[in-house]
Design a protein around this ligand. Structure first.
Ligand code: FES
Length: 120
């Protein structure tokens, strides 16, 4: 696996939290973000495979990720609507979440997720 550090978001402000995105081709892209949600952090850093086509209203699943098992409890489960959409996805797993529904908090510093959209 290749680790690659990506630059700060465009605000250049403080660095909380740090997220590790594993792409579908095996790269580990490490980003520092002030984004409110995981999907926006991915878009801010042009993470391959994350499109966010619906703008974060939980209707497209182009922000599908697998949460690393070490983080699933802290991230929490999807709500019923999100779970119903995820279950239609080819790459659905019990650790699946939609990035637009994962609110980033300082407690998620170091979060590791794998892109699961099949689009990269
Ligand atoms: Fe469409 Fe997340 S951006 S479901």
């Amino acid at each position: 696996m290749v680790f690659k550090w990506l630059p700060l978001n465009t605000t250049g402000r403080s660095i909380v939290p740090q997220i590790i995105f594993e792409t579908e081709d095996g790269q580990a892209l490490i980003v520092n973000t002030e984004a409110e949600h995981l999907m926006q952090a991915a878009l801010d850093h042009e993470i391959p495979g994350i499109e966010g086509a619906c703008g974060g209203v939980c209707s497209c699943a182009t922000c599908h990720v697998h949460i690393d098992p070490a983080w699933t409890e802290l991230v929490g489960p999807p709500n019923d609507f999100e779970a119903a959409l995820l279950e239609l996805e080819d790459q659905f797993k019990l650790c699946s979440r939609l990035g637009c529904q994962v609110k980033l908090t300082p407690e998620l510093d170091g979060l590791k997720v794998r892109v699961a959209t099949g689009a990269s």
